[in-house]
Ligand binder design. Structure first.
Ligand code: GEK
Length: 242
């Protein structure tokens, strides 16, 4: 049974910057589905993409894995022998919950959990790399170096799946898509107070960019192409090909 996210239901005097601690880890499955439009569709498609692109004797990476939803989805679609998954997060609380969920999953694909900052790990022999809603938490100046490292660690024919909350250069689109996201959250049971307190907590923590900024950075890293394969309001998932 999923525990309900009620973190911001009561007025908070001083709202602290958002952190991925035990309180968040406990309600995370409920929080992410009610906050990110299309989350479940993206998770399923990550599995399908891994099923197609995971190569034998290679590694699939889940960077910023949280409770391992993308890892579990990949794990259940990978049929290649000797393919393993490395799932990385820098929140110990998230990884503890993730470990329990993976232990309950019957798939035989090997999963290694790493508690590290994704900027500090090495990426090698990769066929599939997933960064599902995590680049947005990395300082903007560190993003190019991280994507360069991913590109270098991918095998020929490898892919990167990058999902992000995005912003729009046209102010009208920006205002409309932001409003539609709030309508989405309200339809999922969040109050105006919860939405506004969470927005304050995420200010300067979650830093969205436009699709064009992401695409340019992916091309700069060396990817031969980078396109949107899914979008729902201001949430998008991109597929970059090596
Ligand atoms: C999912 N991918 O369910 N290094 C490692 N982990 C980090 C870092 C960092 N520098 N910064 C943040 N994180 C998941 C959802 S959630 C998205 C990803 C969201 C981790 C952080 O601890 C959290 O678990 C995750 O990135 C972001 O498919 O909550 O909006």
């Amino acid at each position: 049974m999923k525990e309900k996210d009620s973190i911001y239901t009561s007025p908070v005097g001083e709202i602290e910057p958002f952190k991925f601690d035990e309180t968040v880890a406990t309600v995370f499955p409920d929080m992410i589905v009610r906050s990110v439009p299309g989350y479940n569709t993206i998770i399923s498609a990550i599995g399908l993409l891994a099923g197609k692109f995971a190569q034998s004797n290679s590694v699939c990476y889940d960077l910023g894995c949280s409770l391992g939803a993308a890892t579990l989805s990949m794990r259940n679609q990978i049929t290649n022998e000797h393919c393993r998954i490395i799932a990385v997060d820098n929140s110990q609380a998230m990884l503890q919950h993730c470990e329990k969920l993976i232990a309950q999953d019957p798939s035989q694909v090997n999963v290694e959990l790493q508690c590290s900052d994704i900027r500090d790990i090495s990426i090698e022999n990769a066929s599939v790399v997933v960064i599902n809603f995590t680049l947005q938490f990395i300082p903007i100046n560190d993003r190019q170096v991280l994507l360069n490292k991913i590109y270098q660690g991918l095998l020929p024919g490898g892919i990167l799946i990058l999902s992000e909350k995005i912003k729009f250069s046209d102010p009208k689109q920006q205002a409309l898509q932001t409003e539609m996201h709030h309508i989405f959250k309200k339809a999922n049971g969040y109050s105006d107070l919860e939405i506004s307190q969470k927005r304050t907590a995420l200010e300067n923590v979650l830093l969205p960019e436009t699709f064009k900024q992401h695409q340019q950075r992916l091309l700069n890293a060396g990817f031969s192409s980078a396109e949107v394969w899914f979008q729902y309001f201001n949430f998008t998932s991109m597929l970059a090909l090596k």
